[in-house]
Design a protein around this ligand. Structure first.
Ligand code: 5RP
Length: 236
């Protein structure tokens, strides 16, 4: 494969490679969503093809992950057919020092949360630009909402002090529609001092399906960086 020239792409590529190397034969693997996880899916597929890895089955977290897994020859299953997930690999939009996350940049956080939380080992793959001292510093919290409840949910979020914005499509007129047929509201907060509490509070608003705050679930954070032109992967 070609080596990415852009430092962020190179970081994503190498951290994806490092995560794929953690997958062992005879395991059930949660396949995350996004540009970083896409590299992990590619490298898992390459290890399978070469025979280095055997008897892997993937659980996709999105339509994108499903398409990529098929492209790279990873057999797929569903949660109805298995009783556990050995390892899940997924990206994140923000990671705090406690390994709490904001996810949902790809509007896939609902399925991601289901799969990632079920995994015995949850590996997060990010480039160094995703590390923050406090969640919400640079990224809004994505909230998946059923369409008929958009207005009351946005009003409830405003009462909590959030600034909600309906996520609009790119190269598509109108809002982004999730894999579940719902919409996403991106919510800016001045500060998120208590992510555990905010995750629960947002999910308790009627009409909210799931939000992108992931707490107390990450086992390992792998961080890809480029130093002196060379890609380096370190563990948080
Ligand atoms: C999708 C996600 C992604 O994992 C997150 O947005 C990170 O994506 P990328 O690796 O492209 O930066 O949560 O819903």
């Amino acid at each position: 494969m070609t080596i990415a020239a852009d430092p962020v792409k190179l970081s994503k590529q190498e951290v994806g490679r490092a995560a794929a190397a953690l997958v062992q034969s005879d395991s059930i693997v949660g396949l995350g969503t996004g540009s970083t996880t896409a590299y992990a899916i590619q490298f898992i597929g390459e290890r399978l093809k070469s025979g280095e890895l055997k008897n892997i089955v993937g659980v996709p977290t999105s339509f994108q992950a499903e398409v990529l897994a098929k492209e790279y020859g990873i057999p797929l299953t569903t949660l109805d057919a298995i009783d556990h997930i050995d390892i899940a690999i997924d990206g994140a939009d923000e990671v705090d020092p406690q390994k709490n996350l904001i996810k949902g940049g790809g509007a896939a956080h609902t399925r991601e949360k289901v799969v990632d939380y079920l995994a015995n080992r949850f590996i997060v793959v990010v480039d160094g630009g995703k590390l923050v001292d406090r969640l919400g510093s640079s990224f809004a919290v994505p909230v998946e909402v059923i369409p008929m409840a958009i207005t009351p949910v946005m009003n409830a979020i405003k009462k909590l002090g959030g600034k909600p914005e309906l996520r609009m499509g790119i190269k598509k007129a109108g809002p982004v529609i999730t894999d579940q047929g719902n919409m996403v509201v991106d919510v800016r907060f001045d500060s998120i001092p208590d992510p555990v509490n905010l995750e629960t509070t947002l999910n308790n608003i009627p009409g909210v399906l799931e939000n992108g705050i992931f707490v107390n679930c990450t086992d390992v954070v792998l961080i890809g960086e480029v130093r002196d032109g060379q890609p380096v992967v370190r563990q948080m």
